[in-house]
Ligand binder design. Structure first.
Ligand code: FAD
Length: 416
């Protein structure tokens, strides 16, 4: 059977970044990346595709072009993990064994979890920025909207980029204001959760936009069924007392954020925590029971926000700790991850509220306040989102260059 010193499962934001980060530190390292897809996506760009700013094709590259030189690409899906025997089972029955394993297959979008949704996606006014092929349909619907009811949904947490459901809504409302159709529109945000945004400090500036656009907020509303041709949607409503009922809404357009869960290959393996996510130490990103296993990205069970920004900061932490454990890196201290994640909230075309925070919802702004005040919508943050972050993604993060991701070290004092 095939064997490598390091096997990475998943060639997405996290998998490619960590491969590049390790090779930058240790050229010649024997790495294999298990990844079935031909295409790698810059998913954070999909919000701007749905907002008519990017073309969908701006957000994709051939997988072959992002696999770092020196890494072997095993073009197959992983089907299971056997951490006792240090092997990964591949679809089709082959196995790959490893000295160190990095688990980074992202999360699962569960489109089938909403009855009737799959049949109607991409038609009947039903769209989602959570898929490459559907984000352009969002923009088509927004441009063609002449008034009526527009619904935006958010499923239960955790989801990737928790701000994305409302980003789609704000950009749509901004466009409708420009087209002069917002006043004739009824816009409703139906959120399974109890709050607009998980980090409380950002709620007041977001509420200003909710009010400006005249959006109705409905918390505790979880989309369970949709009938595209009839243009109706049903939500399970759970009250504070825990009692639940079902309510119906008619719509002219609906932007759906699908339910999300850990990937089955992790849930059904010994690597999962109780909730099914990868059971990682939140600081070192090493598995809590299998010290030769590490992980990063959306699959992580640590309590950080599931964002590419988080993966950018996690990659060097995994790279340093893994190489150090292998004896391949002279490094007195372990690297630690502080839970950093970021969510550039596109509140209008040309302005972003740049939410950046770590574990426990602690705000962690990267920039001085005079440049970007994270609690205020700013043009500079929009330019960062539109122009700078995609460049950082393709040219730094995926290439093992880490100007914005220098890992912190666990000093002996801080380890107490
Ligand atoms: P992914 O990048 O999703 O990659 C997972 C990879 O694993 C894929 O290539 C997949 O093919 C592969 N894979 C899956 N199963 C297997 C298997 N069994 N075997 C082998 N390989 C497998 N983040 C931000 O930082 N800022 C934003 O503004 C932002 N906005 C977003 C907006 C939208 C609409 C969406 C959808 C996401 C957004 N994100 C944003 C989130 C960001 O895209 C993800 O957090 C990030 O891509 C996670 O990286 P990952 O490597 O864990 O997963």
């Amino acid at each position: 059977a095939e064997r490598h010193d390091v096997v990475i499962v998943g060639g997405g934001a996290g998998g490619i970044a960590v491969a590049a980060s390790m090779l930058a530190r240790k050229p010649g390292l024997d790495i294999a990346i298990v990844e079935p897809a031909e295409v790698h996506y810059y998913q954070p760009g999909w919000t701007l595709v749905g907002g008519g700013v990017f073309q969908a094709s701006d957000t994709r590259k051939e997988m072959a072009s992002v696999i770092p030189r020196g890494a072997r690409w095993i073009k197959a899906a992983a089907a299971g993990f056997d951490p006792q025997n240090k092997t990964v089972l591949l679809e089709g029955g082959r196995t790959v064994s490893y000295t160190k394993l990095i688990v980074a297959p992202g999360l699962r979008l569960n489109w089938g979890g909403v009855e009737g949704l799959e049949q109607t996606l991409g038609k009947n006014g039903v769209t989602s920025n959570y898929r490459y092929d559907l984000a352009p349909y969002t923009w088509e619907l927004v441009k063609g909207f002449r008034g009526g009811t527009a619904l935006f949904t958010q499923p239960p947490m955790p989801i990737k980029c928790a701000g994305a459901p409302q980003k789609a809504m704000y950009l749509s409302c901004d466009q409708w204001m420009r087209q002069g159709v917002l006043s004739g529109a009824k816009v409703e945000f139906l959120n399974a959760g109890p709050v607009l945004f998980g980090v409380a400090d950002y709620v007041p500036p977001l509420m200003e936009y909710v009010n400006k656009y005249g959006i109705q907020l409905s918390f505790g509303h979880n989309l369970i069924r949709i009938d595209g041709p009839a243009k109706r949607a049903w939500f399970k409503v759970t009250g504070k007392d825990g009692e639940s009922s079902v309510v119906e809404r008619a719509f002219d357009m609906i932007h759906v954020t699908p339910p999300q869960s850990p990937p089955d290959i992790v849930t059904s393996s010994p690597l999962a925590n109780e909730a099914g996510w990868l059971d990682l130490d939140p600081a070192t990103l090493r598995h809590v029971r299998y010290p030769d296993v590490y992980g990063l990205g959306d699959v992580s069970g640590a309590a950080n926000a599931k964002t590419a920004a988080a993966a950018r900061k996690m990659a060097p932490v995994v790279a340093v700790n893994l190489l150090r454990d292998m004896g391949a890196l002279e490094e007195p201290h372990e690297a630690v991850y502080d839970g950093y994640g970021s969510c550039p909230l596109t509140v209008e075309r040309g302005k972003v509220i740049l939410a950046e925070f770590g574990y426990g919802g602690k705000r962690m702004p990267s920039f001085p306040k005079w440049f970007i005040d994270d609690l205020k919508p700013s043009k500079a943050a929009w330019l960062l989102k539109e122009r700078v972050l995609p460049e950082i993604y393709w040219k730094a993060m995926l290439k093992g260059r880490e100007p914005m991701a220098k890992p912190r070290r666990k000093s002996p004092a801080a380890a107490e």
